[in-house]
Design a binder for this molecule. Structure first.
Ligand SMILES: Cc1cc2nc3c(=O)[nH]c(=O)nc-3n(C[C@H](O)[C@H](O)[C@H](O)COP(=O)(O)OP(=O)(O)OC[C@H]3O[C@@H](n4cnc5c(N)ncnc54)[C@H](O)[C@@H]3O)c2cc1C
Ligand SMILES: NC(=O)c1ccc[n+]([C@@H]2O[C@H](COP(=O)([O-])OP(=O)(O)OC[C@H]3O[C@@H](n4cnc5c(N)ncnc54)[C@H](O)[C@@H]3O)[C@@H](O)[C@H]2O)c1
Length: 455
């Protein structure tokens, strides 16, 4: 081998986030020689600026709400507990550092060569790292993720994105969130429960356009009761600086809001597909910059594959992981038809309380199945809310189709919806009918029992 020959591998992976790590581990388990390039912390968005720190903040917010409830119910604790934000961030970071360490150890044990470098394609099966190292492989996996968008308006730089939320070192007092999707709804719930005053500025007519209308209406009602300000049909034209580093939002008519000490945009994300040599390798992207893949995660270049946020489809951690594992089973594990079925992916938005869904919303079902659709709803006050005597309600909903009432959609808003949904998603995937749910004896007293008692 000459000094200029590239290093040889079976698989080179660009990106050590959810998809890249899962692909590297699975390929190595099949005996492949794997190199993984990751210039930042292992774990990508999910571990460092997504699911994990978000869930930690959500847990803190849950505790704050429960301490408030405890105070109402005779416990000797303050109704509004003090919260040492910096101390919690230290604990959160210690937990995340443990994940980094565990990934490093596991990569080492699996024999994966980890290069702390940014990589780019030089040709279809050749990758060059930013220190000039060249790598050649039979297969290249692109799992470079995505980045948060900012609006293109005057003063946009006065606001931050979700990454900036995770970098906050103290609790903000008044927060404006722009956007009505996953991140806006989640951060609003967390911040409100931890004592901030929060307002959401939403371009569309409702929150969470992907979710079922009824459960979203209940979420909006609860958020209003908790004091979260909701502004729909809001056109943000400009952000202007105010006193003491605060900012004001200006709408399309030039009307200004009150001053906020923190402004965060959550208006979607864009694939990290620029600057990684896609043209040189013949890898095509769509109009939004997502890497184009077929049902088997093949890009337009032979031997080059893509998974996760960079393909822009169901941009969730378990989807990136599942797609990568199936791909590696196909490339190295002899399972020629292994591929991810992107249908019936269960999703949860960690609102307060969480909102989860799998399958068709009522609107989607009516569009597809017309009059054959039957809908069952249960709106109830969970026992803790009833004990504390708050008006906050849960809403569970089943969407069924046909004479046999096959369940095609399950939509939950309420305590523990995040934990309840997983098992019911299995039932839906197996083709459960309403009668199957009725045949299952309820677990009492729980919220989950509503799903087998609905009629
Ligand atoms: C605030 C927030 C909360 C979220 N919460 C959830 C949740 O609760 N549940 C859920 O399922 N999903 C959640 N998500 C989505 C989830 O984080 C992503 O879908 C997931 O991380 C995508 O995985 P990935 O492997 O495609 O990309 P990433 O995890 O982002 O990994 C991509 C990696 O590639 C690296 N990289 C980029 N360019 C290069 C290059 N040229 N060479 C080498 N490496 C490169 C990056 O440094 C990064 O580490 C959340 C996202 C956000 C922003
Ligand atoms: N619990 C979870 O699984 C979870 C949590 C957070 C994020 N995520 C993933 O991350 C992705 C990104 O989250 P997100 O909340 O940024 O995106 P999103 O797509 O969920 O929501 C974006 C929102 O911004 C609005 N919007 C878009 N452009 C706008 C503009 N120029 N001005 C004002 N509003 C605008 C949209 O109408 C929408 O309401 C999600 O789609 C999801 O896949 C998942």
């Amino acid at each position: 081998m000459s000094a200029t020959d590239p290093l040889e591998f079976d698989l080179v992976v660009l990106g050590g986030g959810s998809g890249g790590l899962a692909g590297a581990f699975r390929a190595a388990a099949h005996g492949a020689r794997v190199a993984l390039l990751e210039p930042a912390e292992l774990g990508g968005t999910c571990v460092n600026a997504g699911c994990v720190p978000k869930k930690a903040m959500w847990l803190a917010a849950q505790l704050a709400s429960q301490i408030g409830a405890a105070a109402e119910l005779g416990f000797d604790v303050p109704a509004v507990p003090g919260f040492d934000w910096p101390e919690f961030i230290t604990d959160r970071q210690r937990y995340i550092d443990g994940i980094h360490e565990s990934y490093r150890r596991r990569l080492d044990q699996a024999g994966v060569v980890l290069m702390p470098r940014r990589g780019a394609l030089q040709g279809p099966r050749t990758v060059v790292a930013d220190d000039g190292t060249r790598l050649h492989a039979r297969h290249v996996l692109i799992a470079t993720g995505s980045h948060p968008l900012r609006p293109r308006i005057p003063g946009a730089e006065l606001g931050g994105v979700s990454d900036d939320f995770f970098a906050l070192r103290r609790a903000p007092a008044r927060v404006a969130l722009v956007g009505g999707g996953y991140i806006s709804v989640e951060l609003a719930g967390v911040l409100q429960a931890l004592g901030s005053r929060v307002e959401l500025f939403v371009r569309g007519p409702r929150l969470l356009s992907h979710a079922d209308e009824d459960v979203v209406a209940q979420l909006e009602e609860n958020y209003r009761q908790l004091g979260v300000g909701l502004h729909f049909g809001y056109r943000l034209r400009e952000v202007e600086p105010g006193e003491d580093g605060r900012v004001r939002l200006l709408d399309a008519d030039g009307a200004a809001t009150e001053a906020f000490d923190t402004l965060l945009y959550a208006i979607g994300r864009r694939a990290n597909s620029a600057g990684i040599g896609l043209d040189r390798a013949g890898v095509a992207t769509d109009a939004r910059g997502n890497i184009a893949v077929d049902a088997f995660q093949n890009t337009t270049a032979e031997g080059v594959y893509a998974v996760g946020d960079v393909v822009g489809r169901e941009t969730l951690t378990p989807v990136a992981i599942a797609a990568a594992r199936r791909l590696m089973d196909r490339l190295f594990g002899g399972r020629e038809d292994a591929r991810l079925d992107y249908e019936l992916v269960p999703t949860v938005v960690f609102a307060h309380p969480p909102i989860g869904g799998v399958g068709l919303t009522e609107a989607q079902a009516r569009e597809r199945h017309g009059d054959a659709v039957r809908v069952y709803r249960s709106r109830f006050r969970p026992m803790l809310q009833a004990l504390v005597d708050t008006p906050l309600c849960s809403l569970f909903k089943l969407v069924c189709v046909g004479e046999e009432r096959r369940v095609v959609g399950i939509h939950l808003f309420g305590e523990a919806a995040d934990e309840i949904l997983q098992g019911f998603a299995v039932a839906l995937k197996l083709g459960a009918t309403l009668a199957d749910l009725h045949d299952t004896v309820a677990i009492h007293p729980t919220s989950a029992e509503e799903l087998v008692l609905m009629s």
